[in-house]
Design a protein around this ligand. Structure first.
Ligand SMILES: Cc1cc2nc3c(=O)[nH]c(=O)nc-3n(C[C@H](O)[C@H](O)[C@H](O)COP(=O)(O)O)c2cc1C
Ligand code: SF4
Ligand code: SF4
Length: 250
């Protein structure tokens, strides 16, 4: 079973790729926490890195998983460039449950946070071709039950960015807001929010449990979600090309 957390589809696409080659099924991490997975002999965790760490939602969900301590557990992180402390963090969370992480790797994909800095994540689709071989190697490793942790090299930047204070700053910087003039109340943002943090009456309203995934910003058909008081153009909205909007909606 492969458990994924995904805002814009990169992690879902990577989870599906590995699942196809290993004859596994995929399931959102948010659903998996409600299930007893102790019969599963192989568990994958596929999620992005945020701010050089695992997303806050993933760090909340992993301790709640019910897993067999003897299962082969692997982590794959589809990220723009740097997984930072994400693998260390999840290894520690699993260890606290008596589970030893068997395999981990990052894979580079388009950086969906580029939109916040006025850049177009769609310009990074070259990474799919450049790193296709790497993804196949990771998949083969997992199929063969390889045991090896590929950590990021220690980076002072990752360490600084991973501190509580920097993370709070990042969450504030990336916190989305609704442009009420542009919002038509269609509800797409609420359906893609993986942590159910958006309600829609006549207009969308964003709650206090944002994990900064940017799914709402990228999916809004009216470009009505802002970060830093700015909306982003339609051309900068990103979703993995192999993933449909309905694959990400509840
Ligand atoms: C809030 C936020 C912070 C991010 N921080 C990093 C980072 O520190 N390093 C990195 O390589 N990519 C970073 N990214 C890019 C994502 O890891 C990357 O685009 C990922 O594939 C998104 O996965 P998804 O499409 O499954 O949601 C960040 C993205 C977001 C939304
Ligand atoms: S997706 Fe956009 S337009 Fe639709 S409810 Fe959300 S913010 Fe409003
Ligand atoms: S409110 Fe938007 S950015 Fe925050 S968790 Fe939900 S979809 Fe992601």
């Amino acid at each position: 079973m492969i458990l994924y957390f995904s805002g814009t589809g990169n992690s879902l696409a990577v989870a599906r790729h590995i699942a196809k080659a290993t004859d596994e099924t995929v399931m959102p991490l948010t659903e998996a926490v409600r299930m007893d997975l102790t019969a599963e002999k192989r568990i994958g965790l596929v999620f992005p890195s945020y701010d050089f760490n695992a997303p806050p939602a993933v760090r909340n969900l992993v301790p709640r998983l019910r897993l067999d301590p003897k299962a082969y557990v692997f982590v794959v992180i589809p990220c723009g460039a740097q997984a930072g402390n994400a693998i260390w963090t999840v290894r520690r969370l699993l260890r606290e449950k008596g589970i030893e992480l068997a395999y981990s790797h990052k894979i580079r994909v388009p950086d969906n946070s580029a939109i916040v800095f006025g850049r177009n994540p769609n310009d990074q689709k070259w990474k799919f071709t450049r790193f296709a071989g790497r993804l196949d190697t990771i998949t083969a490793d997992i199929r063969n039950g390889r045991r090896k942790l590929h950590f990021a090299w220690f980076s002072p930047l990752a360490w600084i960015m991973g501190t509580e204070r920097m993370e709070q700053w990042m969450l504030r910087t990336f916190r989305p807001a609704v442009n009420e003039t542009q919002c038509v109340g269609c509800g797409t943002c609420a359906r893609v929010c993986p942590v159910r943090n958006i309600t829609v009456d006549e207009k969308a309203a964003i709650g206090p449990h944002c994990t900064a995934c940017l799914a709402c910003l990228h999916a809004c058909p009216h470009q009505a979600i802002m970060v830093g008081e700015k909306t982003a153009p339609k051309a900068h909205q990103y979703r993995h090309p192999g993933v449909k909007l309905t694959d990400l909606t509840r």
